[in-house]
Design a protein around this ligand. Structure first.
Ligand SMILES: Cc1ncc(COP(=O)(O)O)c(C=O)c1O
Length: 419
């Protein structure tokens, strides 16, 4: 595709975009009476207009049926976590029984590490990317400490080479190989939150397995952004949040994938609660935990209905749009953003996200040597909602479900005219 630097071109791209009408299914924050340019779906997705009615349905069940809402009403709450599993399974390339929702991302990371991080003998190290999201770093740090190891010894971080901002995948594979006798687990962010680098989940998972390590992924920035094949790639487990590209609102329930090779084995270790117990015996209130042979066997507490409502509603939009079509649009939209950014007079940034569309999702990261925070504030003042991460990065993420080529062009014009 040959891009053009013109409003007419952006408009023609929107006209040809069969996903364009989805934009009208979202609420946008307002700036001077107009929709703000919202390129922050990598932090918090916009509210779909069907959310309110979805909440109302459950509020009505609660109002009119109270406890009976667990067994009757539009969506009996007893099974609420199951309702979202098939759609999430489509997004991440899994079977529905390999998916559940519960808690939030970091809590789930801890819970799944308790299942799959089994230091024994000389095999106790965890490999991750340097500069992983801090919550993941804290989880890994405190897990290894919990087993009596020192993070300095037990946590291997693969960093970009001197003077570079991105991690070379060959360095990850080499580090796995070099630690083949001591590595217990590889935990990576599928897309690094700071650089936008998308890692090769298949290759890194396979490399971990070759040396006998478990492969777990934090897919906070991937789910709903880039299609995945978690089952076919043999990923052991993955966790994600639902408030970014999945548009399920602040504090929404976290998503979990556990490969059936582990989930079907009810002896796989876990910290259990009654919601993961076989439904046939759950309400007998007897001693002895009998795990469901599915990812839902990791659920501990009662379904978090009001943390899942908005996710259920939002996934209806994903079902209609299709993750394949969304990704196709996203590749074009992000490439158009990149093209226009390179047309700007130099306002002092470098795009640090990989150039190769196969190595990134919807997000481009602009690294400012100086004044990044001030420029971010100026963008906000001009009706552009993006976020800033220390040191020096403004993250710009045109989510394809509700962002248009015209939005990208307006973003460019504002930068061109005001910066
Ligand atoms: C990559 C990544 N991991 C983990 C988290 C933390 O998620 P939670 O607060 O839901 O535990 C975030 C939050 O933005 C994130 O971006």
């Amino acid at each position: 595709m040959v891009f053009e630097n013109s409003r007419t071109f952006a408009f023609s791209m929107d006209e040809a975009d069969e996903l364009y009408p989805f934009k009208r299914e979202f609420y946008f924050p307002q700036h001077n009476g107009n929709d703000a340019i919202y390129f922050c779906g990598n932090s918090l997705g916009l509210q779909p207009k069907n959310t309110e009615a979805a909440f109302k349905t459950e509020l009505d069940s609660w109002k009119n049926m109270a406890i009976e809402g667990y067994f009757g009403g539009t969506n009996p709450w007893l099974y609420y976590h199951d309702y979202v599993a098939p759609s999430l399974a489509t997004l991440v390339g899994a079977a529905a029984h390999e998916i559940t929702v519960m808690n939030a991302l970091t809590v789930n990371l801890h819970l799944l590490m308790l299942s799959f991080y089994k230091p024994s003998g000389g095999r106790y190290k965890i490999l991750m990317e340097a500069g992983a999201f801090p919550s993941d770093q804290y989880a890994v740090e405190t897990q290894v400490k919990h087993y009596g190891f020192s993070p300095a010894d037990a946590v291997i971080e693969v960093a970009p080479r001197a003077g570079e901002k991105l991690i070379k995948e060959e360095d990850i594979l080499q580090a796995i190989e070099e630690n083949r006798d001591t590595l217990a687990m590889v935990i990576m962010g599928g897309i690094n939150y700071y650089t936008g680098q998308l890692f090769d989940i298949a290759a890194i998972t396979a490399a971990a397995h070759t040396v006998g390590a478990i492969a777990g992924w934090d897919l906070a920035h991937v789910t709903g952004n880039v299609p995945l094949q978690l089952h076919n790639h043999g990923v052991d487990f993955a966790v994600w949040c639902s408030y970014k590209y999945l548009n399920a609102g602040p504090g929404a329930v976290g998503g979990v994938f556990i490969h059936e090779k582990h989930a079907a084995d009810t002896d796989t270790a876990r910290l259990a609660g009654w919601w993961g117990n076989d439904e046939k015996t759950r309400f007998k209130m007897e001693k002895g935990f009998f795990a469901k042979p599915t990812a839902a066997g990791w659920n501990i507490s009662t379904s978090q209905v009001f943390n899942t409502v908005a996710l259920k509603a939002s996934l209806e939009l994903f079902g209609r749009a299709g993750i394949g079509r969304l990704r196709d649009k996203s590749v074009m939209l992000t490439a158009y953003l990149e093209y226009l950014l390179y047309q700007l007079p130099n306002i002092g940034f470098e795009i640090i996200t990989p150039k190769d569309p196969a190595k990134r999702g919807a997000q481009l990261c602009l690294y400012f040597n100086n004044h990044g925070r001030e420029i971010h504030q100026k963008m906000l003042d001009n009706g552009i909602i993006v976020d800033y991460r220390e040191p020096g990065v403004i993250r710009v993420a045109p989510a394809p479900l509700y962002c248009s080529f015209t939005d990208v062009y307006r973003f460019y014009e504002i930068l061109k005219d005001n910066f």
